[in-house]
Design a protein around this ligand. Structure first.
Ligand SMILES: [Zn+2]
Ligand SMILES: [Zn+2]
Length: 878
């Protein structure tokens, strides 16, 4: 097909003569006007006049029906320097268009009986079909489905947009009548049989015959023709590879229709019903997938070119023709050397959980066998097995079952897809260029398969803590990395959904502490602390967090949506923990962090930069969409905090020498998805690991971080280490990490755990001015560790530093069976004075020597009430 500017101009010119044709049409056929009026009334429910119909006809595009026959030039994938990386073709590009006399009669008939039984009688629209459809769709008043003649479908496939509007339907009918005037029935049928969408990216019967049966269309049997004709209305539902049962139902209907219409004999019907076509389809499918060698990257680049062509108004069929037969040059952003590093790392089994840790294998095995009785049998089986040895054994067993003595194997294919799976994408966050991508390990089966890096929607987990909570808090709400939240038992009452009690990842039965007490936002990022993120978003508002995510380029988040009567939304308090309705893609997650890496400017990830036509003119120019999401200072602070994640936090396995690295881990609470997004001053890379069918990971959850580090260290081997750039307006001041305020000498530096004074970065003006109010000093008896009484000797009295929370803990509310184990609780000043005084020193004459119990602790006798000698407490607090 010719999409050159010249043709467009020609089309535009002829559009002007449109009106005259309409007049002629209306003048010659009163009946036809009546028909359109009836349709308008029936569907729209309003009385529409000829004027409206006229306007709709006028806006219909003028069509050069002769130009629909596609041209045949090989297209090329090229790198940024114009070197050809590979050729694109579906079969033999030049011969895939077949003329009507090359298409067997039973193939033509199979489509006609199911799609348009009065094809040879009507003039483009089928009134009986329309009235039947109106009747069938009466309740919904929807005429957009069904009742389409083959002629209308030719218009739909080649001319009009796919939107289902009433106007488009009327235009389609009008143009169908025009097409019938311009072309012979056979020419229309030929166009239809060459352009109909037949699943798996195929358009036309020749492509489908090759894809499903590995033969020329002229060789298709009646049974095979019926399989292909079944696909057209719902290509996925009737996909004979993945939904053979659905396809079989429709295939039988077509065979029955063919017999009823006396297109085939009773013997042919019986033979066709008995033919084993679906086994053959599986075998051919495996052969096709084994022979397809487009990389994940090229697949994605083609998908994006196709999508962008559609955005520019091309139909799916036109876009596919153009890509594979238009002689295009597609310039992709891939760096082959970087790609090789990723490919090698993913091919190395040492980078993945071992068999003992976490492994199983998904086997797909197929075979065609020439049997001893002269028939040909096709076999296929897929099964999940615990080890590679089991795979070998299963294949041997199946082979023994399928092939008997003296029989010949005609073809044999197998794939092994190991689990857990992984995907990784490397991007230049300045330009948006995706440099390398691997979307799986083990066999890549087929072209344009479901992509784990760009299409799979998985849970982002803790990676959302930074994006949904801390980023917006710092960027708009004046939060700082030094702000302190208390990681203690916490329940928040959420309007509309009731109380919510978040849990920490370290809240396990065996952990020493299940709450870490007073912590800064920096520590919250470093250690991926759930409660800090939840408390932050509770303070800034869920809407604020959600809005930032949208601006960071996520397209799969749900604001509010009804599905099967249930309302879904991702605007929930737990949003920072990254459990969202549909999940997010790895590429979008990586690009979102790219905005932080890139000084706050989001840059859309792109896979190609331009597409040139056969004649060298520009068809598509890809400029990545780019916009500022956050202040440069915000991005600096977050990057600086995320350096701690890699240096000493949750991502230390990803660390490699000689480069500044920042990043954030993402683990879902159920451990079904593991992610790490990390970046250097040069590149950003995201990695995901998980099972294709989500299940809890059994391994220790560090493989993906190590793999990330291995790949990135190799990609940076010749690059000079440098710091992440610090923008203007950043100051560095000392704070106390218990209060987030200015440290007090003698207190904050004397915390019993060691000094809590740290140097922290602030946006000028947000640094604290007040002094620490959490640390306090009190005099205690060194012997007992409690407050002294009048009997404690002077020499054992010492000043000790405690923390005193602004919001005191309330141990009375704790479950006495399972009290929270709070890390800093022992450094808290005793909540209750009573009973916390030194019980060791007393009146010498009356106090017996201290007895020790079996653990070496003093055995204390309670003083009797009213005892005149019971010690009087003295308390000094600073
Ligand atoms: Zn302090
Ligand atoms: Zn004492």
């Amino acid at each position: 097909m010719n999409f050159s500017k010249h043709t467009t101009n020609k089309k535009l010119r002829s559009l002007n003569s449109n009106h005259k044709k309409v007049t002629t049409l209306i003048g010659t056929s009163f009946v036809r006007i009546l028909v359109f009026a009836v349709v308008l009334v029936a569907v729209g429910g309003i009385a529409a006049g000829i004027g409206i119909a006229n306007a709709i006809f006028d806006s219909a595009p003028e069509v050069d029906f002769e130009s629909m026959i596609p041209e045949g030039y090989t297209s090329f994938i090229k790198d940024q320097n114009g070197n050809v990386l590979r050729e694109l073709s579906i079969g033999d590009a030049n011969r895939i268009y077949v003329e009507i006399d090359q298409i067997p009669q039973h193939v033509q008939d199979a489509f006609i009986v199911i799609e348009d039984e009065r094809f040879y009688e009507h003039n483009g629209i089928d009134m009986r079909g329309i009235f039947r459809a109106i009747f069938v769709n009466f309740q919904s008043g929807d005429l957009s489905e069904g009742a389409s003649t083959l002629t209308q479908q030719v218009i739909k496939n080649n001319v009009l947009s796919t939107e289902k509007s009433f106007e488009r339907k009327i235009q389609e009918q009008y143009l169908a009548v025009q097409a019938e005037k311009a072309l012979e029935k056979d020419e229309i049928l030929e166009l239809y049989l060459n352009t109909a969408a037949l699943g798996r990216g195929t358009h036309g019967v020749q492509a489908a015959a090759t894809r499903y049966f590995s033969k020329d269309v002229s060789e298709l049997t009646v049974a095979e023709a019926a399989v292909i004709a079944s696909i057209t209305q719902r290509p996925t539902y009737y996909d004979p590879v993945i939904n053979p049962e659905n396809n079989r139902e429709r295939q039988l209907i077509i065979l029955q229709y063919l017999y009823n219409a006396e297109k085939i004999t009773r013997e042919e019907l019986t033979y066709a019903v008995a033919e084993d076509v679906y086994g053959h389809i599986q075998v051919v499918n495996q052969e096709f997938e084994a022979n397809s060698d487009y990389t994940y990257f090229v697949d994605e680049a083609i998908r994006r070119v196709r999508d962008d062509l559609k955005t520019k108004g091309y139909l799916a069929n036109q876009a596919t023709n153009l890509i594979y037969r238009g002689g295009l040059s597609i310039y992709i952003t891939q760096d082959l050397e970087m790609q090789a590093v990723l490919d090698n790392a993913f091919a190395n089994e040492d980078n993945f959980p071992t068999f003992e840790d976490d492994y199983n294998a998904y086997l797909q095995y197929s075979m065609s066998v020439s049997k001893n009785d002269g028939s040909i049998e096709h076999y296929y089986k897929d099964v999940v097995l615990p080890s590679d040895e089991d795979v070998e054994q299963e294949m041997a067993n199946l082979k023994a079952e399928w092939v008997q003595e003296g029989e010949t194997i005609l073809s044999e294919n197998h794939f092994v897809i190991p689990q857990p799976q992984a995907a990784m994408v490397v991007m230049d966050y300045y330009t948006g260029h995706v440099k390398a991508m691997v979307s799986g390990r083990g066999d890549k089966i087929g072209n344009n398969i479901f992509d784990r890096a760009t299409q799979a929607k998985r849970q982002p987990g803790s990676t959302f803590k930074v994006l949904a909570a801390y980023l917006p808090a710092i960027d708009t709400m004046g939060f700082t990395l030094g702000d302190v939240y208390d990681d203690v038992p916490y329940t928040i009452d959420v309007p509309g959904s009731g109380p919510y009690t978040p849990n920490n990842w370290y809240n396990t039965k065996t952990s020493a502490y299940n709450f870490w007490g007073l912590s800064t936002i920096r520590e919250g990022i470093q250690w991926s602390m759930n409660l800090l993120a939840i408390k932050t978003i509770a303070d800034i508002g869920i809407d604020t967090g959600f809005d930032y995510l949208k601006r960071l380029g996520f397209t799969t988040l749900i604001e509010k949506e009804e599905r099967n009567g249930q309302i879904f939304t991702d605007k929930v308090i737990s949003l920072p923990l990254g459990g969202v309705t549909d999940g997010v893609t790895l590429i979008e997650l990586t690009a979102a962090y790219g905005a932080i890496a890139n000084g706050g400017v989001y840059t859309e990830p792109i896979f190609y930069t331009k597409v040139l036509n056969h004649d060298g003119s520009i068809l598509l120019l890809k400029e990545p969409e780019s916009h500022t999401v956050m202040k440069e200072t915000t991005s600096f602070l977050l990057t600086n905090a995320m350096e701690d994640v890699v240096r000493s936090g949750t991502a230390t396995p990803a660390k490699f020498d000689g480069m500044h690295i920042a990043g954030k881990t993402g683990t879902t609470s159920d451990s079904k998805d593991l992610a790490f997004i990390g970046y250097t001053p040069y590149y950003i890379a995201g990695i995901w690991m998980g099972h294709d069918q989500p299940e809890k990971m059994k391994h220790d959850k560090s493989y993906h971080k190590i793999l990330w580090g291995n790949v990135m260290s190799e990609l940076h081997v010749d690059l000079e280490d440098r710091e992440f750039p610090m923008p203007e307006g950043i100051v560095r001041v000392s704070i106390c990490t218990e209060s987030g305020l200015r440290p007090v000498e003698g207190l904050c530096d004397n915390d019993p755990r060691g000094s809590t004074i740290r140097s922290e970065y602030f946006v000028q003006g947000t640094q604290p001015k007040d002094s620490c109010d959490v640390h306090i000093s009190a005099t205690v008896c060194e012997t007992s560790g409690f407050f002294p009484t009048e009997f404690c000797p002077e020499e054992v009295l010492v000043d000790k530093v405690f923390i005193a929370r602004r919001e005191p803990l309330i141990p009375e509310n704790w479950d006495p069976e399972d009290p929270p184990r709070i890390k800093d609780y022992e450094f808290e000043i005793p909540a209750s004075m009573e009973g916390e005084f030194c019980p060791i020193h007393g009146h010498e004459e009356l106090a017996p020597p201290i007895q020790l119990d079996e653990f070496g602790n003093p055995i204390i006798e309670e003083p009797t009430e009213g005892d005149p000698l019971s010690p009087e407490p003295i308390v000094e607090l600073d």
